[in-house]
Design a protein around this ligand. Sequence first.
Ligand code: SF4
Length: 69
Amino acid sequence: MPRFRIQIDQSLCSGFGSCVDSVPEAVRLDGPVASVHAETDSTGALDAAADCPMGAIAVFDADTGEQVA
Ligand code: SF4
């Protein structure tokens, strides 16, 4: 299971928060936009990227740096 590093473009984020539901251990809404607080081994990271209505989320394999979503 790869470890995922999530990146959020906060200039695109509109704070809908579906990403927080997908990976609550890694992403938080601290204000109007989401921010990343941890890496995760949950495939919820891939769901978060797919479900973000703003296309603000990119996901990378934390070991290889390869973009996976
Ligand atoms: S799902 Fe996308 S737009 Fe919504 S809070 Fe997360 S990063 Fe922002």
